[in-house]
Design a protein around this ligand. Sequence first.
Ligand code: AMP
Length: 469
Amino acid sequence: MKPLFFNIREECGIFGVFGHPEASNLTYLGLYALQHRGQEGAGICSFDGEQLYLEKSMGLVADIFSEKRLKRLPGTIAIGHNRYSTAGGSSLKNVQPLIANYAHGPIAVAHNGNLINADLIKKRLEAEGAIFQSTADSEVILHLIARSKREKRINRIIEALQEVSGAYSLLFVANNELIAARDPFGVRPLSLGMVDNAYVVASETSAFDLIGAEYIRDIQPGEIISISKNGIESIQFLKSHKKSFCIFEFIYFSRPDSYIFEHVCVNTIRNELGRQLARESHIDADIVIPVPDSGVPAAIGYSAQSGIKFDFGLIRNHYVGRTFIEPKQSIRHFGVKIKLNPVRDLLKDKSVIVVDDSIVRGTTSKKIVKMIREVGGAKEVHMRICSPPTIGPCFYGIDTPTRQELIASSHIIEEIKKYITADSLSYLSLEGLKSLVPEPQNYCTACFDNKYPIEFPDDKSIQLELSFW
Ligand code: AMP
């Protein structure tokens, strides 16, 4: 079953600059550092004191932005966006930033997250005559801004955001102003930094490191900031009753060298996930290997805690891109093989602990176990997953399939172990996971416990998804 509403599969990275002569170049570098958050397409919109300029394409940041193209993005303000590759609905018109021209001039938006009531608002606006250019939920925000009767731009944006519901970390650029906002739950990260007296805003701090920017603080849940020549104006536009930081950012999505959610180091948490997993599900074995890259910090932690030696038993080809063409239907089963290959010398006749971040459908783990056994020659393969079983789809911007496709939503661990043909399988416990993050009550763990923190609208497609449990 495919959900009816658009954009459930939206993961993204955003970056913005205010007050720098090389705004678009810095944005290019910022997006480059955030490439892991989205590989389907990217765009940059700049403002030169008079007008907005937009360059966007499908593909990777480094392929899209040539020097020539960056020169077509003049000005001292810029915002950029990386969009995640999705199975359906991928087209240039959905690549952000999105621009709209309304009564008060042009405005551009870049959005990370997913709105859960966008379909309902869209239907209402369409019934009133609105014409939508894309299928991106973010366009709803632009329509609401255009319709607002408030005078000041920031108040129009606030009014629009008070109507939408879900996860959003947002950047806007309009006439000499950069605006950043975060939903009251703070689901996706968003940080403020500074370089050469210019302000920068990014999904993750690893983007600051590349351009030599200094981290200042996070944009707070429910906070909107306007950056202009007068400095920063901050408004708490919605009360943050319940912070719900996405715990999956720590498990898989963010880069290990980033500091997110009140400046917590992702690598440190991942290492701790591995240590906790070793404490919870120790097994005697000869070697601990990660599924690269996502399992590396946790496998190092697992090894350190268990005292079992660590090594890279699987080698990843880093150059496998979306352009890879599988020659024929008959040899389409390259799957994991094209990306990973075992090191026989390390694995032959060994009892191997394999550490990965998560199991979604189970297909990757199944192929990896088979490969380690058949090609690597391992005697035993013990799968260790440094997150709890993924039982619920994400409505807030992580690319998870529907509930039906999540193997752990309908199978017990013993059945999953059999399916992936491992000698043993253990997941990290939810309590164990929560014990590792500061103030665990501030996290969304819906994909592991079906407790969705944001109230759902009366949307049939969402109700259908939720009714599986
Ligand atoms: P699956 O084969 O469906 O079980 O996928 C599991 C693999 O997908 C794991 O190796 C994870 O590292 C990776 N993974 C987990 N969540 C995501 C996600 N949201 N987007 C892309 N890959 C993911």
